[in-house]
Design a protein around this ligand. Structure first.
Ligand SMILES: [Zn+2]
Length: 333
């Protein structure tokens, strides 16, 4: 269906028969075509076929037409979803108690209807809300939230959102390098911002920065299959152990995969395999620190905070672009 035809459907009596998603660039909100809110201008609209795509592209669910819950089947569920969209930082266990649904039901509902987990939905929605406030320069509103640290010792961190082939990403940099580079719907993204503001004393400010441009350009080249190594400097903010694990990951060449076990041998401590796996999962600089190159010893994908579909894509992308040099897994056996 053509975008122009989709646009004409918005707000008409037959709109409820269509299930595409309308997202408005100026407000950062996504709607059903039957939404009763004022019809946006054509040039400000972006269309998606699934809610998942809209969420990954940086949009939040509209409070009027409630596209995230249009497929819901019980009043309890519908009301719970309404509350979540109004306030994504609310206490989920209290919420499910008052609407007599279980966490499992709620999580399953998200997976069935939106192909993403409740956790991922919450993480993305929480950070997006604050990101929008920051963009409007409304620092007062953000002071008590995740992006802003009220401590005296502060270091500024420039934050922005970039578009990539696999969805929108947050990129944050300080003057020495990249602090964070993550898909906006990455699991635990909210906690990462929280960690960087409260444990590392960063204050995030939306803005432009030469390093953000560099990340954007290099990622673009990477996604086009033209870049195999990143030269943009990184500013690692983990513990000594985490930084060591992350630096080791950076030595893994493009197109190769390896296992947690082999990675722990490389780090000189096979017994630390669990700690190493956990540090991998806490990587804050996706793709540039290639934690996607770690897979199970049996070749299974295991986990990826950015979603297994993305991990699979990244591994296949590198395999098909690395040419003759590709030798499969880096095994120490
Ligand atoms: Zn709407």
């Amino acid at each position: 269906m053509d975008d122009r035809i989709r646009y004409d459907v918005i707000g008409t009596p037959t709109a409820k028969n269509y299930n595409f998603i309308t997202a408005v660039k100026t407000t950062g909100i996504f709607c059903l075509p039957s939404c009763t809110a004022r019809k946006p201008n054509y040039e400000n609209v972006e269309f998606f076929s699934t809610t998942k795509q809209a969420i990954r592209s940086g949009y939040r669910s509209c409070l009027i037409c409630n596209p995230i819950s249009h497929a819901s089947y019980s009043d309890g569920m519908r009301n719970a979803l309404k509350q979540i969209n109004k306030n994504p930082t609310l206490n989920i266990s209290e919420l499910i108690d008052s609407y007599k649904i279980t966490l499992k039901e709620l999580d399953n509902w998200f997976i069935t209807h939106h192909k993403l987990s409740l956790d991922i939905y919450l993480q993305a929605t929480r950070t997006l809300k604050d990101f929008k406030k920051l963009r409007s320069n409304n620092i007062d509103e953000v002071v008590t939230t995740v992006f802003y640290n009220s401590n005296d010792k502060k270091e500024d961190c420039t934050l922005n959102m970039i578009s990539t082939h696999l969805g929108k990403m947050y990129v944050a940099v300080d003057d020495s390098g990249v602090v964070l580079c993550e898909f906006i719907d990455r699991s635990k993204i909210y906690n990462q911002f929280k960690y960087l503001t409260s444990n590392r004393n960063y204050n995030f400010k939306i803005g432009k920065h030469v390093l953000i441009n560099q990340v954007k350009r290099q990622l673009n080249e990477y996604f086009n299959g033209e870049r195999k190594q990143f030269s943009v400097p990184l500013s690692l903010n983990g513990s000594t152990f985490q930084n060591k694990v992350w630096n080791k990951l950076r030595e893994l060449p493009y197109g190769y995969t390896t296992s947690y076990k082999d990675q722990s041998i490389r780090l000189g401590d096979i017994k630390a395999i669990r700690a190493i796996a956990s540090a991998n999962g806490q990587n804050m600089i996706a793709i540039l620190i290639p934690c996607h190159r770690i897979i199970g010893s049996d070749g299974s994908l295991t986990g990826y905070a950015g979603g297994l579909d993305r991990k699979k894509w990244l591994i296949n992308h590198e395999k098909s672009n690395c040419g003759m040099a590709y030798q499969g897994t880096l095994s120490l056996k």
